[in-house]
Write a protein that binds this ligand. Structure first.
Ligand SMILES: Nc1ncnc2c1ncn2[C@@H]1O[C@H](COP(=O)(O)OP(=O)(O)OP(=O)(O)O)[C@@H](O)[C@H]1O
Ligand SMILES: [Mg+2]
Length: 237
């Protein structure tokens, strides 16, 4: 088995006085695409924000390649090798596509540069002809691709995507799915939070299910596909 990139253990997170996460634990190994699945309000985004230091946990521990990162500031956590695409994508709308990419340029935690812009355009062929376009004028799907591409420009050890399929037309969701399958095939390590289980079944290697702030299931993706009871209980709409 390959090494754990991220290990999350016993996380409690509160917003004010209300507890949102209860002892959340999960781990993602090198080269895995982990789907964090759960219904609306289950705690997926809060888990992502806790990992990124944006919703600091009151209890628990997060390790990135063995080093404790919980308690560090968000920018320090990002620099340690986490690349986060939040739900609202956060591209720079007034800049061009290429400027958005260049702004994201950063060496990885080991000084590596696996994502020169040339390779980005190979993996995201739709972006190249749009390179001089103003990012704010792109479609939702193009913006999502740009957000993912820009984050890869930072050479993260782990890419975290919060609901990459949300609000996009089915054909575009399919494109994003193909892209994520491609990232998996080249060995990227990815954690995707999604309500859309079907989107994830075709691209993830593993699944963790969260419900009411607690992890209720974790297994390989084939195991989830075969487990009607879990899918019906926690993931049916
Ligand atoms: N800033 C906040 N202040 C208070 N409560 C919040 C805040 N953000 C989220 N919550 C609550 O925390 C719970 C978990 O929310 P979270 O956004 O993590 O869920 P989610 O699984 O990402 O859902 P969705 O599928 O809607 O994105 C929900 O009950 C939500 O109402
Ligand atoms: Mg969410």
């Amino acid at each position: 088995m390959s090494a754990a990139i991220i290990e999350v253990a016993d996380l409690d997170v509160y917003y004010g006085t209300s507890q949102i996460l209860f002892g959340v634990g999960l781990s993602v190994r090198q080269g895995e695409t982990m789907a964090l699945l759960g219904r609306n309000g289950a705690g997926k985004s809060t888990t992502m924000k806790a990992i990124m230091g944006l919703a600091p946990p009151r209890r628990g521990r997060i390790r990135l390649r063995g080093t404790v990162i919980s308690g560090l500031k968000p920018h320090t956590i990002a620099r340690a090798g986490l690349g986060f695409v939040p739900e609202d994508r956060q591209i720079f709308p007034e800049h061009t596509v290429e400027d958005n990419l260049v702004i994201g340029k950063k060496r990885g935690p080991d000084g590596q540069d696996e994502w020169p812009i040339r390779r980005i355009y190979e993996v995201f062929p739709l972006l190249e002809p749009l390179r001089h376009r103003i990012a704010g004028r792109l479609s939702g799907g193009e913006q999502q691709m740009l957000a993912i591409a820009r984050t890869l420009m930072g050479n993260p050890a782990l890419l975290l995507l919060d609901e990459p399929s949300e609000g996009l037309a089915p054909i575009i969701v399919q494109r994003i799915g193909e892209l994520l399958r491609q990232l998996r095939s080249i060995g990227s390590t990815v954690l995707i939070a999604e309500q859309n289980m079907h989107f994830c079944l075709g691209l993830a290697s593993h699944a963790t299910v969260i419900d009411k702030g607690q992890i209720v299931y974790a297994a390989g993706i084939e195991d989830l596909k075969a487990n009607d009871a879990i899918r019906r209980r926690y993931l049916a709409l």
